[in-house]
Design a protein. Structure first.
Lengths: 162, 115
């Protein structure tokens, strides 16, 4: 069993869009880099956390961690719909840097994940580079999975007025 | 020209500007009325309003005296839909990962042989 998450230190997730083809997601974890690298790159661990909102699962997780190796993630929504992400690893430099390419409707997209450690904490930076703005905005499957309370007041407004 | 979504996204990155938009969701108001709850000067609020105006998130009225500010909803809707998908996915995943890492580290400690 995974313990209740409210007892755990939680750092803020920072989202930025340096250009209209990029999305950068930065987050710090209170864990050593070697362990964070493992949970990002080992198929035994990924389905235990990289599954989005409550109720989602990852019934298939295949990772062939070598340059040219393929990964395949299949997520299942609470409604039973499935989303698949597959990609090819381009660079693997454990436990520091991971580059992979994914394909979306024939458009290739490159993502770079870097892991830095300071004082026993690890900061993970995920840089998503989209082939064009349209693909970025589609963001499948991530853009399809519901809402969150970050823009809580705006959400209230949207619910009431749009 | 930077695309509308990027402008809106960076305008929304600031909590004061989000609070201004939330206030405008209740109806249009003047710069003075906006400044009051934020304990900010008129010029400071005007600076935020210029960013929001450039992003197409607010518009100023024609009334020369009051120049009331009102919210324009379309870009917010676009940003909210786009950004919330990613946020919903990554925030939930990362919050779960905090707990999972904690769990793995306590398992490791328990596995250590007694000294």
């Amino acid at each position: 069993m995974i313990p209740r998450s409210d007892a755990v230190t939680r750092h803020e997730t920072i989202y930025s869009t340096p250009t209209d083809r990029e999305l950068v997601i930065t987050r710090t974890f209170d864990a050593p880099r070697s362990l964070v690298w493992t949970v990002f790159t080992d198929a035994k661990h990924v389905p235990n956390w990289h599954i989005g909102p409550a109720g989602f699962t990852m019934p298939i997780c295949e990772i062939d961690l070598r340059p040219g190796g393929v990964f395949r993630y299949v997520w299942r929504t609470p409604q039973g719909r499935e989303f698949t992400a597959t990609g090819v690893y381009r660079e693997i430099d454990p436990p520091k840097r991971l580059v992979y390419a994914t394909s979306n409707n024939g458009h290739e997209q490159t993502s770079t994940t870097t892991f830095t450690e300071e004082d026993g904490r690890t900061t993970v930076t995920v840089e998503l580079l989209f082939p064009n703005k349209t693909v970025r905005d589609q963001g499948i499957p991530y853009a399809k999975v519901g809402t969150e309370a970050n823009y809580a007041r705006l959400d209230q407004y949207l619910a009431a007025h749009i | 020209m930077a695309d509308q979504l990027s402008l809106a996204f960076s305008a929304l990155a600031d909590p004061t500007r989000r609070a201004i938009l939330a206030r405008l969701a209740n109806g249009e108001c003047t710069v003075g009325e906006l400044a009051k709850p934020f304990a900010m000067s008129g010029p400071a609020v005007s600076k935020h309003l210029r960013v929001l105006e450039r992003a197409g998130l607010v518009a100023r009225g024609r009334d020369a005296q009051r120049r009331p500010v009102r919210l324009l909803a379309a870009p917010i809707k676009e940003v909210a839909e786009w950004a919330d998908g990613y946020r919903a996915f990554w925030d939930a995943s990362y919050n779960r990962l905090d707990a999972y890492l904690n769990h793995l580290m306590s398992e490791r400690r328990n596995d250590d042989p007694p000294k």
